[in-house]
Ligand binder design. Sequence first.
Ligand code: AN7
Length: 359
Amino acid sequence: MAKQWRGVLREYADRLDVTEATPVITLGEGGTPLLPAPALSARTGANVWVKFEGMNPTGSFKDRGMTMAVSKAVEHGAKAIICASTGNTSASAAAYAAHAGITAAVLVPEGKIAMGKLSQAVAHNGQLIQVQGNFDDCLEIARELAEHYPVHLVNSVNNDRIEGQKTAAFEIVEVLEDAPDFHFIPIGNAGNYTAYTRGFTEELERGITTKLPRMFGFQAAGSAPIVHGEVVKNPDTIASAIRIGNPASWELALEARTRTNGYFGAIEDTKILEAQRILSSEVGIFVEPASAISVAGLLERSAAGEIPAGSTVTLTVTGHGLKDPQWGLRLEDGSQAQPTIVSAETSAVADVLGLKAQA
Ligand code: AN7
Protein backbone atom coordinates (compact mmCIF):
# COMPACT_ATOMS: atom_id res chain seq x y z
CA MET A 1 0.00 0.00 0.00
CA ALA A 2 1.23 3.48 -0.82
CA LYS A 3 2.47 5.45 2.17
CA GLN A 4 -0.07 7.94 3.47
CA TRP A 5 1.06 11.29 4.86
CA ARG A 6 0.42 11.11 8.61
CA GLY A 7 -0.04 14.79 9.50
CA VAL A 8 2.58 17.16 10.87
CA LEU A 9 2.68 15.89 14.46
CA ARG A 10 3.64 12.37 13.39
CA GLU A 11 5.81 13.41 10.43
CA TYR A 12 7.79 15.86 12.57
CA ALA A 13 7.42 14.25 16.02
CA ASP A 14 11.15 14.69 16.64
CA ARG A 15 10.94 18.46 16.00
CA LEU A 16 7.83 19.23 18.09
CA ASP A 17 6.85 18.92 21.75
CA VAL A 18 5.00 15.66 21.20
CA THR A 19 5.39 12.81 23.69
CA GLU A 20 3.73 9.45 24.40
CA ALA A 21 1.24 11.41 26.49
CA THR A 22 0.12 13.58 23.57
CA PRO A 23 -3.06 12.42 21.86
CA VAL A 24 -2.50 13.16 18.18
CA ILE A 25 -5.56 14.96 16.86
CA THR A 26 -4.98 15.08 13.12
CA LEU A 27 -6.93 15.49 9.91
CA GLY A 28 -3.87 14.75 7.78
CA GLU A 29 -2.69 18.37 7.51
CA GLY A 30 0.63 19.40 5.97
CA GLY A 31 2.50 17.73 3.14
CA THR A 32 1.15 20.41 0.83
CA PRO A 33 2.59 20.87 -2.67
CA LEU A 34 5.43 23.26 -3.39
CA LEU A 35 4.72 24.04 -7.03
CA PRO A 36 6.99 25.68 -9.58
CA ALA A 37 5.27 28.74 -11.09
CA PRO A 38 6.78 29.22 -14.57
CA ALA A 39 4.52 32.19 -15.33
CA LEU A 40 5.77 34.05 -12.24
CA SER A 41 9.36 33.08 -12.99
CA ALA A 42 8.93 34.52 -16.51
CA ARG A 43 7.46 37.73 -15.12
CA THR A 44 10.25 38.26 -12.58
CA GLY A 45 13.37 36.47 -13.80
CA ALA A 46 13.51 34.65 -10.46
CA ASN A 47 12.98 30.95 -9.84
CA VAL A 48 9.53 31.06 -8.23
CA TRP A 49 7.77 28.33 -6.23
CA VAL A 50 4.35 28.44 -4.59
CA LYS A 51 3.58 26.68 -1.29
CA PHE A 52 -0.11 25.90 -1.76
CA GLU A 53 -1.52 25.85 1.76
CA GLY A 54 -5.09 25.81 0.49
CA MET A 55 -4.49 22.06 0.10
CA ASN A 56 -4.78 21.54 3.85
CA PRO A 57 -7.89 19.72 5.17
CA THR A 58 -9.90 22.84 6.00
CA GLY A 59 -8.37 24.80 3.13
CA SER A 60 -5.84 26.92 4.99
CA PHE A 61 -2.45 26.82 6.73
CA LYS A 62 -4.20 27.16 10.09
CA ASP A 63 -4.55 23.37 10.26
CA ARG A 64 -0.81 22.96 10.88
CA GLY A 65 -1.03 25.01 14.05
CA MET A 66 -4.44 23.71 15.05
CA THR A 67 -3.42 20.03 15.12
CA MET A 68 -0.69 21.03 17.58
CA ALA A 69 -2.80 23.41 19.66
CA VAL A 70 -5.78 21.06 19.96
CA SER A 71 -3.62 18.01 20.67
CA LYS A 72 -1.83 19.87 23.46
CA ALA A 73 -5.13 21.27 24.78
CA VAL A 74 -6.56 17.74 25.01
CA GLU A 75 -3.31 16.50 26.56
CA HIS A 76 -3.81 19.11 29.27
CA GLY A 77 -7.41 18.03 29.80
CA ALA A 78 -9.23 20.85 28.01
CA LYS A 79 -12.89 20.20 27.18
CA ALA A 80 -13.40 23.47 25.30
CA ILE A 81 -11.27 25.72 23.12
CA ILE A 82 -11.83 29.32 22.13
CA CYS A 83 -10.49 31.58 19.41
CA ALA A 84 -11.04 34.94 17.76
CA SER A 85 -10.92 34.76 14.00
CA THR A 86 -11.19 36.49 10.66
CA GLY A 87 -12.51 33.12 9.44
CA ASN A 88 -9.85 30.51 8.79
CA THR A 89 -8.85 29.95 12.40
CA SER A 90 -12.51 29.44 13.31
CA ALA A 91 -13.00 26.89 10.50
CA SER A 92 -9.90 25.00 11.57
CA ALA A 93 -10.61 25.16 15.32
CA ALA A 94 -14.16 23.88 14.80
CA ALA A 95 -12.97 20.99 12.61
CA TYR A 96 -10.21 19.82 14.96
CA ALA A 97 -12.45 20.20 18.01
CA ALA A 98 -15.10 18.10 16.26
CA HIS A 99 -12.52 15.41 15.56
CA ALA A 100 -11.33 15.50 19.18
CA GLY A 101 -14.87 15.42 20.56
CA ILE A 102 -14.54 18.72 22.39
CA THR A 103 -16.27 22.09 22.03
CA ALA A 104 -14.98 25.05 20.01
CA ALA A 105 -16.26 28.56 20.65
CA VAL A 106 -15.35 30.97 17.89
CA LEU A 107 -15.64 34.76 17.94
CA VAL A 108 -15.78 36.46 14.57
CA PRO A 109 -16.36 40.07 13.51
CA GLU A 110 -20.00 40.45 12.45
CA GLY A 111 -20.47 40.46 8.68
CA LYS A 112 -16.74 40.51 7.99
CA ILE A 113 -15.83 36.91 7.30
CA ALA A 114 -16.08 35.01 4.03
CA MET A 115 -19.11 32.76 3.49
CA GLY A 116 -17.08 29.56 3.04
CA LYS A 117 -15.41 30.02 6.41
CA LEU A 118 -18.70 30.81 8.18
CA SER A 119 -20.15 27.68 6.62
CA GLN A 120 -17.24 25.56 7.85
CA ALA A 121 -17.48 26.83 11.43
CA VAL A 122 -21.19 25.98 11.52
CA ALA A 123 -20.79 22.65 9.68
CA HIS A 124 -18.19 21.51 12.20
CA ASN A 125 -20.54 22.41 15.03
CA GLY A 126 -18.55 25.35 16.35
CA GLN A 127 -20.29 27.66 18.80
CA LEU A 128 -20.21 30.63 16.47
CA ILE A 129 -20.57 34.07 17.97
CA GLN A 130 -20.58 37.16 15.77
CA VAL A 131 -19.21 40.12 17.68
CA GLN A 132 -20.24 43.68 16.85
CA GLY A 133 -16.65 44.78 16.48
CA ASN A 134 -13.52 43.92 14.51
CA PHE A 135 -11.03 41.07 14.88
CA ASP A 136 -8.97 42.97 17.43
CA ASP A 137 -12.03 43.30 19.68
CA CYS A 138 -12.69 39.57 19.29
CA LEU A 139 -9.14 38.66 20.29
CA GLU A 140 -9.28 40.83 23.39
CA ILE A 141 -12.49 39.10 24.50
CA ALA A 142 -11.11 35.63 23.72
CA ARG A 143 -7.99 36.34 25.78
CA GLU A 144 -10.08 37.53 28.74
CA LEU A 145 -12.38 34.52 28.55
CA ALA A 146 -9.42 32.13 28.50
CA GLU A 147 -7.96 33.89 31.52
CA HIS A 148 -11.10 33.76 33.67
CA TYR A 149 -13.10 30.78 32.37
CA PRO A 150 -12.34 27.09 31.68
CA VAL A 151 -11.64 27.51 27.95
CA HIS A 152 -8.30 26.98 26.22
CA LEU A 153 -7.14 29.74 23.84
CA VAL A 154 -6.00 28.51 20.40
CA ASN A 155 -5.10 31.80 18.72
CA SER A 156 -1.49 32.16 17.63
CA VAL A 157 -0.64 33.89 20.93
CA ASN A 158 -0.60 30.21 21.96
CA ASN A 159 2.94 29.08 21.09
CA ASP A 160 1.70 25.60 20.10
CA ARG A 161 0.15 27.21 17.02
CA ILE A 162 3.46 28.74 15.92
CA GLU A 163 5.22 25.44 16.56
CA GLY A 164 2.84 23.52 14.30
CA GLN A 165 3.02 26.15 11.57
CA LYS A 166 6.83 26.12 11.43
CA THR A 167 6.60 22.71 9.73
CA ALA A 168 5.77 24.38 6.41
CA ALA A 169 9.33 25.76 6.32
CA PHE A 170 10.68 22.22 6.88
CA GLU A 171 8.68 20.98 3.90
CA ILE A 172 10.02 23.76 1.65
CA VAL A 173 13.58 22.92 2.61
CA GLU A 174 12.98 19.22 1.90
CA VAL A 175 11.90 20.02 -1.66
CA LEU A 176 14.52 22.67 -2.48
CA GLU A 177 17.29 20.94 -0.50
CA ASP A 178 18.21 24.36 0.89
CA ALA A 179 16.40 27.49 2.05
CA PRO A 180 15.16 29.87 -0.67
CA ASP A 181 16.78 33.30 -1.06
CA PHE A 182 13.47 35.08 -0.43
CA HIS A 183 10.23 33.97 1.19
CA PHE A 184 7.03 35.98 0.61
CA ILE A 185 4.07 35.65 2.97
CA PRO A 186 0.89 37.52 3.97
CA ILE A 187 0.72 39.15 7.39
CA GLY A 188 -2.34 39.47 9.62
CA ASN A 189 -1.34 38.72 13.21
CA ALA A 190 2.17 37.88 11.96
CA GLY A 191 1.98 34.43 13.54
CA ASN A 192 2.82 32.65 10.31
CA TYR A 193 5.66 35.07 9.46
CA THR A 194 7.06 34.24 12.90
CA ALA A 195 6.50 30.50 12.42
CA TYR A 196 8.29 30.29 9.05
CA THR A 197 11.19 32.29 10.40
CA ARG A 198 11.46 29.85 13.31
CA GLY A 199 11.28 26.84 10.96
CA PHE A 200 13.95 28.18 8.63
CA THR A 201 16.12 29.14 11.60
CA GLU A 202 15.93 25.63 13.03
CA GLU A 203 16.93 24.16 9.66
CA LEU A 204 19.97 26.44 9.56
CA GLU A 205 20.92 25.52 13.12
CA ARG A 206 20.65 21.82 12.24
CA GLY A 207 23.07 22.41 9.39
CA ILE A 208 20.52 21.33 6.79
CA THR A 209 20.52 24.70 5.00
CA THR A 210 23.20 27.25 4.12
CA LYS A 211 21.25 30.46 4.77
CA LEU A 212 18.12 32.10 6.13
CA PRO A 213 15.70 33.36 3.50
CA ARG A 214 14.98 37.07 3.55
CA MET A 215 11.45 37.10 5.00
CA PHE A 216 9.19 39.49 3.04
CA GLY A 217 5.78 40.03 4.67
CA PHE A 218 2.83 41.99 3.28
CA GLN A 219 -0.22 43.68 4.74
CA ALA A 220 -3.17 45.22 2.91
CA ALA A 221 -2.74 48.99 2.50
CA GLY A 222 -5.87 49.74 4.54
CA SER A 223 -4.74 47.42 7.30
CA ALA A 224 -0.99 47.84 7.63
CA PRO A 225 -0.10 48.52 11.27
CA ILE A 226 3.32 46.86 11.18
CA VAL A 227 4.35 48.63 7.98
CA HIS A 228 3.37 52.02 9.40
CA GLY A 229 4.41 51.31 12.98
CA GLU A 230 1.05 52.09 14.57
CA VAL A 231 -2.18 50.36 15.49
CA VAL A 232 -4.92 50.78 12.87
CA LYS A 233 -8.24 51.44 14.66
CA ASN A 234 -10.55 50.64 11.75
CA PRO A 235 -8.67 48.33 9.39
CA ASP A 236 -10.22 48.04 5.95
CA THR A 237 -9.49 45.71 3.02
CA ILE A 238 -11.30 43.24 0.77
CA ALA A 239 -8.76 40.67 2.04
CA SER A 240 -10.93 39.95 5.10
CA ALA A 241 -8.55 37.30 6.46
CA ILE A 242 -5.92 39.94 7.17
CA ARG A 243 -8.17 42.78 8.29
CA ILE A 244 -6.27 43.11 11.55
CA GLY A 245 -5.25 46.42 13.12
CA ASN A 246 -3.25 45.29 16.15
CA PRO A 247 -1.28 42.11 15.32
CA ALA A 248 -0.69 39.67 18.17
CA SER A 249 2.84 38.70 17.08
CA TRP A 250 3.99 42.23 16.23
CA GLU A 251 7.16 42.20 18.36
CA LEU A 252 8.19 38.73 17.19
CA ALA A 253 7.73 39.81 13.58
CA LEU A 254 9.96 42.87 14.02
CA GLU A 255 12.65 40.68 15.51
CA ALA A 256 12.30 38.16 12.66
CA ARG A 257 12.56 40.86 10.01
CA THR A 258 15.74 42.22 11.55
CA ARG A 259 17.33 38.79 11.84
CA THR A 260 16.49 37.76 8.25
CA ASN A 261 17.21 41.12 6.63
CA GLY A 262 13.54 41.05 5.71
CA TYR A 263 10.96 43.54 4.56
CA PHE A 264 7.39 44.62 5.31
CA GLY A 265 5.26 46.14 2.56
CA ALA A 266 1.70 47.37 2.04
CA ILE A 267 -0.33 46.44 -1.04
CA GLU A 268 -3.48 48.13 -2.40
CA ASP A 269 -6.60 45.99 -2.78
CA THR A 270 -6.65 46.46 -6.57
CA LYS A 271 -3.13 44.99 -6.77
CA ILE A 272 -4.19 42.08 -4.55
CA LEU A 273 -7.05 41.23 -6.89
CA GLU A 274 -4.82 41.57 -9.97
CA ALA A 275 -2.32 39.17 -8.43
CA GLN A 276 -5.08 36.73 -7.49
CA ARG A 277 -6.17 36.65 -11.15
CA ILE A 278 -2.60 36.22 -12.42
CA LEU A 279 -2.12 33.23 -10.11
CA SER A 280 -5.42 31.59 -11.05
CA SER A 281 -5.25 32.24 -14.80
CA GLU A 282 -1.52 31.81 -15.45
CA VAL A 283 -0.43 29.29 -12.83
CA GLY A 284 -3.67 27.40 -12.14
CA ILE A 285 -3.78 28.03 -8.40
CA PHE A 286 -6.91 29.63 -6.92
CA VAL A 287 -6.40 31.40 -3.61
CA GLU A 288 -8.35 33.79 -1.44
CA PRO A 289 -7.44 37.50 -1.68
CA ALA A 290 -5.33 37.56 1.51
CA SER A 291 -3.13 34.82 0.06
CA ALA A 292 -2.67 36.61 -3.26
CA ILE A 293 -0.83 39.38 -1.45
CA SER A 294 2.28 37.16 -1.54
CA VAL A 295 2.14 37.24 -5.34
CA ALA A 296 1.38 40.96 -5.42
CA GLY A 297 4.29 41.57 -3.08
CA LEU A 298 6.66 39.65 -5.33
CA LEU A 299 5.53 41.52 -8.45
CA GLU A 300 5.91 44.85 -6.65
CA ARG A 301 9.38 44.10 -5.23
CA SER A 302 10.51 42.65 -8.55
CA ALA A 303 9.35 45.78 -10.40
CA ALA A 304 11.29 47.83 -7.83
CA GLY A 305 14.43 45.94 -8.85
CA GLU A 306 14.82 44.32 -5.44
CA ILE A 307 14.78 40.66 -6.56
CA PRO A 308 17.97 39.70 -8.43
CA ALA A 309 17.52 37.51 -11.52
CA GLY A 310 17.94 33.83 -10.75
CA SER A 311 17.01 34.17 -7.06
CA THR A 312 15.09 31.28 -5.59
CA VAL A 313 11.80 32.66 -4.31
CA THR A 314 9.07 30.83 -2.39
CA LEU A 315 5.59 32.26 -1.85
CA THR A 316 3.18 31.00 0.76
CA VAL A 317 -0.40 31.19 -0.40
CA THR A 318 -2.32 30.61 2.79
CA GLY A 319 -5.95 29.86 1.94
CA HIS A 320 -8.00 28.30 -0.85
CA GLY A 321 -9.94 30.45 -3.32
CA LEU A 322 -13.08 28.43 -2.70
CA LYS A 323 -13.28 29.96 0.78
CA ASP A 324 -14.38 33.25 -0.76
CA PRO A 325 -15.39 32.38 -4.34
CA GLN A 326 -17.06 35.68 -5.26
CA TRP A 327 -13.70 37.18 -6.28
CA GLY A 328 -13.15 34.62 -9.02
CA LEU A 329 -16.33 35.78 -10.73
CA ARG A 330 -15.27 39.40 -10.66
CA LEU A 331 -13.80 40.56 -13.98
CA GLU A 332 -10.94 43.02 -14.30
CA ASP A 333 -13.28 45.96 -14.98
CA GLY A 334 -15.12 45.17 -11.74
CA SER A 335 -18.19 43.64 -13.44
CA GLN A 336 -19.55 40.16 -12.72
CA ALA A 337 -18.76 37.35 -15.17
CA GLN A 338 -21.91 36.42 -17.11
CA PRO A 339 -22.01 32.85 -18.34
CA THR A 340 -22.80 32.54 -22.06
CA ILE A 341 -26.12 30.75 -22.57
CA VAL A 342 -26.79 28.80 -25.77
CA SER A 343 -29.36 26.31 -27.05
CA ALA A 344 -28.50 22.61 -26.57
CA GLU A 345 -26.94 22.21 -30.02
CA THR A 346 -23.37 21.36 -30.94
CA SER A 347 -23.27 23.97 -33.70
CA ALA A 348 -24.43 26.71 -31.29
CA VAL A 349 -21.60 25.92 -28.88
CA ALA A 350 -19.09 25.74 -31.75
CA ASP A 351 -20.25 29.16 -32.96
CA VAL A 352 -19.71 30.70 -29.54
CA LEU A 353 -16.26 29.12 -29.32
CA GLY A 354 -15.42 30.39 -32.82
CA LEU A 355 -14.70 26.83 -34.02
CA LYS A 356 -14.97 25.93 -37.71
CA ALA A 357 -15.89 22.34 -38.58
CA GLN A 358 -12.98 20.31 -40.00
CA ALA A 359 -13.24 19.34 -43.67
C1 AN7 B 1 -5.71 33.15 4.40
O1 AN7 B 1 -8.28 33.18 10.79
O2 AN7 B 1 -6.03 35.61 11.66
O3 AN7 B 1 -0.18 36.67 9.98
O4 AN7 B 1 -8.30 34.52 12.48
O5 AN7 B 1 -6.56 33.45 7.06
O6 AN7 B 1 -0.40 34.38 10.90
O7 AN7 B 1 -2.25 36.02 11.16
C2 AN7 B 1 -6.18 34.52 9.59
C3 AN7 B 1 -5.02 34.93 9.06
C4 AN7 B 1 -2.98 35.00 5.99
C5 AN7 B 1 -2.47 35.90 8.19
N1 AN7 B 1 -3.75 34.37 5.09
O8 AN7 B 1 -1.72 35.03 8.98
C6 AN7 B 1 -7.80 34.11 11.42
C7 AN7 B 1 -6.60 34.82 10.94
C8 AN7 B 1 -4.93 33.84 5.44
C9 AN7 B 1 -5.39 33.98 6.75
C10 AN7 B 1 -3.38 35.18 7.29
C11 AN7 B 1 -4.60 34.68 7.69
P1 AN7 B 1 -1.09 35.55 10.34
